[in-house]
Design a protein around this ligand. Sequence first.
Ligand SMILES: [Zn+2]
Length: 355
Amino acid sequence: MNNFCKLDYQKNVRFFVFHILFTIGIGFCSKAVLAIGNCPSIGQSPSCSVLITINPNGSLKFETDPNIGPYDGAEDTLVGVQNLSGATVFGISLTGNDIFGFDYDGATSNGNYEGPGTSFSIIDANTGTINFDNGLNDKGFIWFSLEGAPSQVKLTSSVTIDPGHGFNCPSIGQKIGAVGNVDYSPGNLSGLYLHEDDLTVSISYALRNLLAASQYKVSMTKSDVNSCLTPLERGTKANNAKSNIFVSVHVDKAIPIKLGILGGSKVLYSSNKASSKTLADLMVSQIASNLGVNNRGTETRDDVGVLKVTATRMTAVLAEVARLSNPDSDILHATGSSTKAASGIKSGIDAFLSQ
Ligand SMILES: [Zn+2]
């Protein structure tokens, strides 16, 4: 062996040893449990096989640990959910081949598939909803078991609509809605002006119908133009309905034209619930384009009662669909405006849930 070959040989040995160690390292890593989630060790599964993360923007991330097999050694799967959205989530909808085709070997001691604090609404063997009975709070974790790994997952389509204000609001110390500054019956002595209290109910009913037609689970905090609730009562209704999304419907106050302030839609959110900003961003442009008004963007408003975590636990926004002065007033006064505003709100919700 000449010196050249000797050097080459040493290099090859070093490379070979490095290669072996590298391969062992990779092998070790790939065999190691990724330890996704905090599922309990059940049967042959030391932890979650599938982890669903609800991201700060409200989108869902789906991870599978290939080294955690079914806990029954066949197909039963432990699924964990961690919530990083800032808001409480009340349920997720899952799709997967025969994942709800239960055969009485669920992960809990009595053979149930539900984990602590979860219940199932099963549509068919491939489709169903996991309800988080008390809500899965921000930073919370919850687990359950299925007859296989899900292939698709999304937040449950559940919305509470809150028609803002009400003509009786002053009787409970709440603000009555704003009044428009365009008279639509100039011959009439008292005139005919748009009232926010009327419009919020009209837009909310239109939104309810659109959402219901698209298989959303919908509830409303109130159903007539007179009644009024406190922010806490509105929030409690949404929490009790276990909705994943809360939308308070408002129309912004009129501004004298001489001030030169343009109309437009604006959506408010609380900075305490990260996912609410995403919903607001997605919604405001849709309302503006559907209604044909300016887009005034979104705004952080931690002072708005219904948006506070102490009132609404879920992702929540307050939509000022347009202004009660022109150029918006004539648009709001036109036939079909409530449906246009509502379809904008719905498009924002649709976009949020399909991120
Ligand atoms: Zn208002």
